[in-house]
Design a protein around this ligand. Structure first.
Ligand SMILES: Nc1ncnc2c1ncn2[C@@H]1O[C@H](COP(=O)(O)OP(=O)(O)OP(=O)(O)O)[C@@H](O)[C@H]1O
Ligand SMILES: [Mg+2]
Length: 206
């Protein structure tokens, strides 16, 4: 079983949003997916509670329970665990990073957000785990996102997804309906396309 984790010490960067859509996309790609919510805010669990479909399996765990929950998921035949994590949680973040095969750090494009990624990078580097950035909630017309990509590539040493996830109401709406963008967005929809690209990029790192 492969384990990916969405991490970031800053709040609201899109960890939960991208975790749930990725979990759905990976399931559509043939994985048996468990989505593990380690955030006491339980946003991913909320999404799961609103979902009409049994997959992905959604589990709630404290970071301290993670080892046990991951072992149970593997014993159940799961092939991918997607771990959502809490902001502002340095000791717990280290606990999550320890288990991950690849860590995804979503970030918005502002200078504040880019600088704030540093504390997360320190944690994942201390865990000696592969990690990468994805720019999230980007207004496509804003030129700064190009500069943000360049900054990420030169500054922190991780992988950088070579595209941006747009600022789209579809992503926000689906949290309340328990759906994934690759399920409800029209076949050529932009949200769907971006999540497919995100999953493809993650797979390249597994
Ligand atoms: N690509 C996007 N387009 C539009 N809205 C987005 C996008 N990504 C996230 N959001 C919205 O931004 C807010 C924060 O997103 P989300 O909860 O996924 O972030 P988070 O990193 O998990 O936050 P926290 O640190 O509190 O756990 C939510 O209201 C969500 O709907
Ligand atoms: Mg969250």
């Amino acid at each position: 079983m492969k384990i990916i984790a969405f991490m970031g010490q800053k709040g609201g960067t899109g960890k939960t949003t991208l975790a749930v859509h990725t979990a759905v996309a990976a399931g559509q790609d043939g994985h048996r997916v468990v989505l593990i919510d380690t955030d006491p805010q339980q946003s991913a669990t909320f999404w799961g509670d609103n979902r009409q479909v049994e997959t992905p399996v959604v589990a709630t765990a404290t970071p301290g329970q993670l080892a046990e929950v991951l072992a149970a998921a593997e014993a159940d035949g799961m092939t991918l665990a997607v771990v959502d994590s809490a902001p502002h949680s340095s000791p717990n973040a280290s606990e999550v990073a320890r288990f991950a095969d690849f860590i995804i750090i979503p970030t918005r494009a502002s200078a504040f957000d880019l600088a704030a990624a540093e504390s997360t990078v320190r944690i994942v580097k201390a865990a000696n785990k592969p990690f990468g950035f994805v720019l999230n909630a980007i207004d496509q017309k804003v030129a700064e996102s190009g500069e943000a990509l360049e900054f990420l590539k030169s500054e922190y040493g991780g992988a950088v997804a070579n595209y941006r996830v747009g600022n789209r109401i579809a992503f926000a709406r689906s949290i309340a309906t328990g759906q994934g963008a690759t399920e409800f967005d029209a076949s050529e929809g932009r949200a769907r396309g971006e999540i497919k690209l995100l999953w493809k990029w993650i797979k390249e790192h597994l």
